[in-house]
Design a protein around this ligand. Structure first.
Ligand code: TNX
Length: 517
């Protein structure tokens, strides 16, 4: 009998699952339906094989990746095969779930004594199922070196699919550049929580971080030495590096969303190309953290030639549907100019086959009805956004006082900002996307995203310290049904998860709100 995920304590009592053998309901984000079979376990052993859908290279790739993740700790061979002999313990990853509820990303799974079967409509669902299985194995599965122990998974079944299509993470590459390897490491970690979009903020006042062939000085001048906050965040992605990140993320069912911020946040572009200012004079490079002082020249055709070139080149190297054109904090752009600019630029994104995406200020422009708006303010009302929703705008919820991973946890946090308040783990988790903003209900919401601005963040350790554990909370808001939302359950599951980050050498913040295992 299927039932909603219960808090782990309740299930542990019913099934006898110990902390060594994670309960099926201990997964983050909480699955839709969990049924645990008392007394049944699957044992992953040296003879176990992974079977994938015949004729589906994507399924095979999911199986190969999963096997590569299981081999270091177990030391087992775990061959990936299209059919399996009988009587061999098998983890089967198969298409043809024949269940519309699962959509493109859902899966159902049954764990029996002899085999585990994961079924999905699409390979993305199989990948999601393997993320769940990783959490159902004992935590030592995340050890990079062999651990001698018995590897069991609790018996039972799961039906699981996302609440929202868009579950996003975000990295600011402009204030401090983060290398391709750092971005890839972040992709690995976010995808464990079934986050399926990574938004990269590729330009701002302090630097320009993506190669654009038709405007080469953007990176030769504004991507190099001395750029970034305090002049200490230099670097940029070549097109090849960007494409490699896109492919790496795609293999983990994460879609890259590139952002070029405009018409504000453009000082670095204007340093490289003074013709992007109204007076034609290059401004000085800026390495401070002020916002709202720069603007493209709205009445100049050079501006639109620049914008179209950038959008065209970015769209050509981006397979994902969304292209983010910023639009925030354009305090140096008069309102009428701002609207005129967005009326031209939002349709340009569509001209190159992408859906325009921007910060919530874009809803001032009628053309935003065909776009996605990212709500980043802290208020519970925003009549402009609410009106846009009645005209068709979809919204990604990133309220800064709950979803911003660059806010300090408390006054003692050594990194981060505090303009939107302090955000402890419970604050990041305990909100409801569909009632957070007046007039923006469930049907208007595409999903949630957790921005991580990098004014104060340099290393991967810094990124991890601010993102984890809070990102796990935002990921659960995006994936799990509202009916499973429960702080006691989430905090218990998070506490049990901590050692996995430790084993993977992820520098998470050991929040005092959580009882860590
Ligand atoms: C506001 S949020 C900004 C960014 C800053 C961030 C710092 C938003 C759309 N704009 O320029 O980096 O605050 O938290």
């Amino acid at each position: 009998s299927a039932q909603p995920a219960a808090p782990p304590a309740a299930l542990a009592g019913r099934s006898g699952a110990s902390s060594d053998l994670p309960a099926l309901s201990s997964v983050i984000p909480a699955p839709v339906e969990v049924t645990q079979f008392a007394g049944t376990t699957f044992r992953l052993g040296p003879a176990t094989i992974i079977r994938t859908q015949p004729g589906s290279p994507e399924s095979r790739a999911v199986g190969e990746r999963f096997a590569r993740e299981l081999r270091p700790a177990t030391g087992y061979k775990l061959p990936v095969v299209p059919v399996s002999p009988r009587f061999v313990p098998t983890i089967a990853l198969l298409l043809g779930a024949d269940d519309a509820r699962l959509g493109d990303e859902g899966y159902r799974m049954s764990v029996g004594a002899a085999s585990i079967t994961v079924r999905a409509n699409k390979p993305a669902g199989l990948y999601a199922g393997t993320r769940t299985l990783l959490q159902l194995l004992p935590k030592e599965i995340d050890s990079p070196t062999p651990v001698r122990r018995v590897w069991r998974i609790a018996g039972g079944s799961i039906v699981d699919y996302p609440r929202y299509a868009y579950r996003g993470a975000f990295l600011d590459e402009a204030r401090h550049f983060h290398t391709p390897d750092e971005i890839k490491a972040y992709v690995d970690e976010i995808s464990r929580f079934k986050v399926n979009y990574l938004h990269l903020h590729l330009s701002d006042d302090q630097g320009w971080r993506i190669q654009i062939d038709s405007w080469p000085k953007l990176t030769t001048v504004s991507g190099g030495a001395g750029t970034g906050v305090d002049g200490e965040g230099p670097g940029f992605l070549t097109k090849d590096q960007y494409r490699e990140i896109v492919a790496y993320a795609a293999a983990r069912y994460v879609t890259i969303v590139p952002e070029i911020d405009m018409p504000g946040h453009v000082n670095a572009a204007q340093v490289a190309y003074p013709e992007l200012t109204c007076d034609g004079v290059a401004p000085p490079p800026r390495t401070d953290t002020e916002v709202g002082y720069s603007s493209l020249c709205i009445g100049s055709e050079t501006t639109y030639r620049f914008v179209e070139d950038v959008i065209r080149e970015l769209a050509a190297m981006t397979p994902g549907l969304y292209l983010h054109v910023g639009g925030d904090e354009a305090h140096a752009t008069p309102e009428a100019d701002y609207i005129a600019f967005e009326q031209r630029v939002l349709p340009l994104v569509a001209k190159y086959g992408k859906t325009a995406y921007g910060w919530n200020e874009i809803t001032k422009a009628p053309a935003a009805s065909a776009a996605v708006a990212q709500y980043w303010n802290t208020d519970t009302t925003n009549p402009t956004v609410a009106a846009a929703v009645t005209r068709g705008t979809k919204v990604v919820m990133s309220p800064a006082n709950q979803a911003y991973l660059d806010m300090k946890y408390d006054p003692s946090t050594p990194l981060g900002l505090s303009w939107a308040g302090y955000i402890e783990v419970r604050t990041a988790y305990d909100w409801e996307p569909a009632t957070r903003l007046a007039g923006v209900g469930e049907s208007a919401i595409l999903g949630v995203e957790a921005p991580l601005w990098s004014e104060t963040l340099r290393s991967l350790d810094d990124i991890e310290f601010m993102a984890f554990p809070r990102l796990a909370g935002i990921a659960e808001l995006g994936w799990s049904p509202a009916s499973t939302h429960d702080w006691a359950s989430f905090s218990a599951r998070l506490g049990a998860y901590g050692p996995r980050w430790t084993l993977r050498d992820v520098n998470f913040y050991p929040s005092p709100q959580i009882t860590w295992a």
